[in-house]
Write a protein that binds this ligand. Structure first.
Ligand SMILES: [Zn+2]
Length: 124
């Protein structure tokens, strides 16, 4: 399968076509997203931050936009605490990489740092 998550703009254009031209911001206000998010939030897999395991201030994050507007809308979602969520989007923007890449890199970074027994100092 092609990597459709090159950049936010690339991937969202594809999704937007599928949603009849809806922007991502509009999609986030939609009933469809409300339902998908509510469903995800109830599942065991989404009860802790995917990056650091925090159980406070959790938000459902699109690790990938690939499945938005499909019957597999639950795919590509992870729970992140507010702080990690913000950091992920900042990281993607700052490094001009896809949100998916940023989400995965920050997860890997955590594993690496834990392996080294290093303190992250991220205030989490
Ligand atoms: Zn977190």
């Amino acid at each position: 399968m092609n990597d459709l998550d090159q950049t936010f703009e690339d991937t969202w254009k594809t999704r937007s076509d599928r949603l009849g031209g809806l922007s991502y911001a509009k999609y986030l206000e939609s009933q469809e997203w409300r339902e998908v998010r509510a469903k995800a939030a109830k599942r065991p897999h989404y009860q802790a931050c995917w990056h650091f395991g925090s159980t406070e201030g959790l938000e459902i994050h699109h690790r990938s936009y690939k499945w938005i507007g499909t019957k597999h809308a639950m795919r590509g979602l992870v729970a992140l605490c507010r702080e990690c969520h913000q950091r992920t989007h900042d990281y993607a923007k700052g490094n001009r990489i896809s949100v998916r890449k940023a989400t995965n890199l920050l997860k890997k970074e955590k594993a690496t740092l834990e392996g080294q027994g290093t303190q992250l100092g991220l205030g989490i």
